[in-house]
Design a protein. Sequence first.
Length: 288
Amino acid sequence: MDHQRTTCDDQPARSGGPFAWAKLAFWLPACLGLGLMTAWMAAVAEGYFAPFLIFPLLVGVGLGAMAVGLVRVSQTGHRPTVLLGTVLAVAATVVGQHYFSYRAVWEAYNANAATIERARRLFPDDLQDRLAAPPPNLVAFLREEAARGRPLPGGYSGRGKGVWASWAVDALLVLGATLAMVIPALRQPYCSRCGSWYRVTRSGRIDVSTARRLAEIAEVTPVEESRVARYRLRNCNGGCGPTEFELSWDESPKGTTRVRSWLDVDRRNRMTEVLDEIGAVGHEEGVC
């Protein structure tokens, strides 16, 4: 069981950054491009591995992970802007998958145009319908695909409205999986002063005696009996806001206990001195 005790004095607002036209002008085209790229990759992968219901979830998770990475790289902090771009990316992915499948049919048809024409001359009656040109546009292609049917689990095959409904379910799954990746990332603190998301700057395992010293500096609940504890410090890029400190340790069979506190510059410096004093750098884990 995970117990959390949190003290948050002078913490930065978690409502994200302010609206900025420049960020919007970058974010929306970037999300559109991200969605089209994801759609192309999904259309290619679909020919090899596309389990029903699972595949759109995987597409959404991949898209969401890339969107979170783009949020961090671009330091876009206005949450409505991020969510708008995310929905745009999902729409581009869903429609793009069908479009790239449609283009693949046309490319295959054009690549065999000469062979198709010779076959029509030799067998005009037998091959007229079989070798007909693909639909002239995406909407007609989707209608034809729906009429042809879509294999479903259990040996069933959907047709017509059933196919359209399955495509709608796929779209909702992509949207849900994408938002499941993006929304938790938007709950992280954002510094409006330097315009950057908080990130882990230092973390690692420490002994209990050191953990108690850090807890005293942070003015949080002291560590109880445990063999090892873990700490984590998070800052904005400019280091202009308070530092988020998290300390956790195992209290089996109760589970893991976590305590958090926001540190001002003085307490952050004192904590850094303690960590440097014990050589905690040598025990730290890699952070980005």
